[in-house]
Every structure is written in structure tokens, then in C-alpha cells.
Design a protein around this ligand. Structure first.
Ligand code: ADP
Length: 205
């Protein structure tokens, strides 16, 4: 994990509290962290969930693996070290977005338990709600979907260190939610997430 390099830093408090921001948006900020194999359905579910939330008048925003790697994290690759830094940065960004009052939908393979636990700890320390969602399915099903042709390339040795093929996916032991996308429809997954957000009190103040 990254060390604090800068010195002489003091946290500068604002004049507006998190509660005041939430009252303004009529919802509570939360990070919904989707983790799972490539092609498990993280992005598809986040896109559909964001659409339903915004259509219902909620402020929601997606942070997505490839999109972030094309911008903020364009200098990072897929070594264990770079994967850790990728998740650390996006964990910090998710925390800030959720603190601002947004329902933040973060979709990242995030294969290592230690990296995910660090993101959870970051939210817990800040008193921000955090929902880990394991988008779960057998590797064979993910591989048969292969919407971007990545598994095919990984099997052919054209991509090294691909999660599930020659790099591990460490499944969460106790995720808040598990979505088995080989057994549940997309609509069921979205409906389930709406119920979870409602139960957690995120959709009102
Ligand atoms: P990831 O973001 O996890 O890499 P994607 O969302 O890009 O995965 O791709 C998942 C693929 O699986 C899509 O082609 C999607 O249409 C399909 N799919 C089938 N069933 C489901 C489901 N229940 N939930 C989400 N995606 C599903």
C-alpha cells in the first residue's frame, strides 16, 4: 500500500457536513463495490442499476474498470503491484464520491482480498456505507460469454496474468451481497440491488 509522502499536511474541514449534503440530495452516499471475474456481469449490472436509480431521481454514478484505466490509472498495468495501486486509487475516489452523497457504483475485478479489504477499511474509517457485491459465476460460464474475447486471448497466451486463467481470483468470504448471474436474470439482479439499497437506507434521508 502507498505510503504518505507529503509532509506538513492538515485536513481542511468544510463548512458543510455530509448530512447536509445528503439532505440536499435526499439520499445517503454509499459505495457499491462489484467484484468478480471478467464477464461475470459487473458492468452490465452497474449500467442497468445506474439507469433505474437516475430515472427514479437519485444521483448515481458509475466507476468502471476499463474507463478508469483509460484515464486516472492509464499509467498502471496488471502486475500485482499495479493492480493494488489501481484498486487503492479507485477506492479513494469511490470514498470521495460516496462522501459527496452519490450512490457510487464501482465495477472492478479487484481479484485480491487484501486490496478489497483495504477499500472497505477506508470506508469504515470514514463512516461511509460500503456494500461489497460478489458477482459470482463459474469460470466456464464467464469464459463461454467472453463478450470482449479476452478469455480466448488469455487461453492463446496473448494476455498474460489474466484473472481466472493464470492469475488468481480470491472470492470474498463474506460479501454483503452475492449475485449468481448464471442463475439470475439481469432484471432480478437490479431488483435485488434496489432492495438492498432501500434496506440500507441509501434511498432516503
Ligand atoms: P464484467 O463487467 O464483469 O467484465 P460485463 O458486464 O462486461 O462483465 O459482461 C457480462 C456479460 O454477461 C454481458 O454480455 C451480459 O449481457 C451477460 N449476462 C448474462 N446474464 C447476465 C446477468 N444476469 N447479469 C449481468 N450480465 C449478464
Amino acid at each position: 500500500m502507498a505510503q504518505q509522502v507529503g509532509t506538513n499536511l492538515t485536513w481542511h474541514e468544510g463548512a458543510i457536513t455530509r448530512e447536509e449534503r445528503q439532505a440536499c440530495l435526499k439520499q445517503k452516499g454509499v459505495t457499491v463495490w462489484f467484484t468478480g471475474l471478467s464477464a461475470s456481469g459487473k458492468s452490465t449490472i452497474a449500467v442497468a442499476l445506474e439507469q433505474v436509480l437516475v430515472n427514479r431521481g437519485h444521483a448515481a454514478y458509475r466507476l468502471d474498470g476499463d474507463n478508469i484505466r483509460m484515464g486516472l490509472n492509464k499509467n498502471l498495468g496488471f502486475s500485482a503491484e499495479d493492480r493494488a495501486e489501481n484498486i487503492r486509487r479507485i477506492g479513494e475516489v469511490s470514498k470521495l464520491f460516496a462522501d459527496s452523497g452519490l450512490i457510487t457504483l464501482s465495477s472492478f475485478i479487484s481479484p485480491y482480498v487484501s486490496d478489497r479489504d483495504a477499500v472497505r477499511a477506508l470506508h469504515e474509517e470514514a463512516g461511509i456505507d460500503y456494500i461489497e457485491v460478489h458477482v459470482d459465476l463459474p469460470l466456464e460460464v464467464a469464459e463461454s460469454r467472453d463478450p470482449k474475447g479476452l478469455y480466448k486471448k488469455a487461453r492463446a497466451g496473448e494476455i498474460k496474468g489474466f484473472t481466472g486463467i493464470d492469475d488468481p481470483y480470491e472470492a470474498p468470504a463474506k460479501p454483503e451481497v452475492k449475485l449468481a448471474t448464471h442463475e439470475m436474470s439481469l432484471e432480478d439482479c437490479v431488483a435485488h440491488m434496489l432492495k438492498v439499497l432501500e434496506e440500507r437506507g441509501a434511498l432516503s434521508t
